[in-house]
Design a protein around this ligand. Structure first.
Ligand code: RIB
Length: 307
């Protein structure tokens, strides 16, 4: 077995209600169903990579409460490594309040990262060897920035490939961007980080140029109905969306990142990996939920063969 992918990110419990529409500010609407399940962008991406066949270690932080069991039970059932699941005595396990509109498959999400906002420099230090020996370190924006930057420094010094999925969108300082090998925003996050409104190949290329100028080595922009764009600075490509019947788009970006990282860890190039990410994202939206909706390797390969 080669070196593992290390996902250093959030676990939160997804509390998901399905409705016939999204409420307006101040409005109460009746929902149709409710589910509680494993979520959080870091955990979702780790699950996606694991189901896609990668050797993955997730580092995340839980509280010492009932909700922590949602994570532990899920990882046990999946056969995932739990050696680096940290615990916080003071803060609660994070939650996400999610509303999925059944008419459009779109969603609204509020994330409360809880314990994932309290990862200390000591916690990161305990993971130093794990980080240094990874093939890829995959990060998002649902843990505290201080921990994130400590992880990036260790990975960068060890020459480990760093993928940053900048979700949810927050400003990223130049000192961090210059250490990133691959940034993977969606079109909204790309706009927040570059100021360029992304809706076509040309605008994706323009946003990518802003990232490249700031020192990011490769740029991947997931563009919803348009597909996914990638550039390494010399070659650029937009892979069209694979058409599926979407019933829940929550976690589509996480599926993309997990499938994409798995393919890179197996030695596929940026553009081949883009296709794996695209197929993984397409399959995830055909099921409800986030982590439980991540597809298995056979399903991804089958969809790629058919398209
Ligand atoms: O990307 C989807 C995820 O975002 C959900 O699982 C929710 O937990 C939020 O973190």
């Amino acid at each position: 077995m080669g070196k593992p992918i290390v996902v250093f990110g959030s676990f939160v419990v997804d509390l998901t209600g399905r409705t016939d529409g999204l409420p307006l500010p101040g409005q109460t609407i009746l929902g149709k169903s409710f589910k509680m399940g494993a979520g959080g962008k870091g955990s979702n991406q780790a699950v996606a990579a694991h189901r896609a066949g990668a050797d993955v270690t997730l580092v995340t932080k839980l509280g010492n409460d009932m909700l922590a069991d949602v994570a532990l039970d899920f990882y046990e059932a999946e056969g995932m490594c739990t050696d680096y699941i940290l615990r916080d005595e003071e803060s609660a396990t994070g939650v996400a309040l999610i509303i999925v509109d059944e008419a459009t498959a779109q969603n609204e999400i509020v994330v409360i990262p809880g314990a994932c906002n309290h990862i200390t420099r000591d916690d990161v230090e305990k993971c130093r060897t794990l980080i240094e020996q990874a093939s890829i370190i995959l990060l998002q924006h649902e843990i505290n920035a201080d921990a994130q930057s400590a992880v990036i420094d260790i990975a960068y010094q060890a020459g480990v490939q760093i993928i940053l999925n900048p979700a949810p969108a927050v400003e990223v300082p130049g000192s961090i961007l210059s250490k990133i090998d691959i940034i993977t925003p969606n079109e909204t996050e790309a706009q927040v980080l570059t100021g360029v409104e992304v809706h076509t190949y040309e605008t994706a290329e323009r946003a990518a140029q802003v990232f490249l100028k700031k020192g990011v080595k490769n740029v991947v922009i997931t563009m919803g109905a348009m597909g996914a764009f990638a550039t390494d600075g010399t070659r650029s490509e937009l892979v069209p969306r694979i058409k599926v019947d979407a019933i829940d788009t929550t976690g589509a970006g996480d599926a993309f990142n997990g499938g994409f990282a798995m393919a890179l860890a197996e030695g596929k190039n940026l553009f081949e990996a883009l296709r794996y990410g695209n197929a993984t994202g397409a399959l995830a939206v055909t099921k409800t939920g986030t982590a439980p909706a991540m597809p298995k390797r056979e399903e991804i390969e089958k969809l790629l063969r058919e398209n």
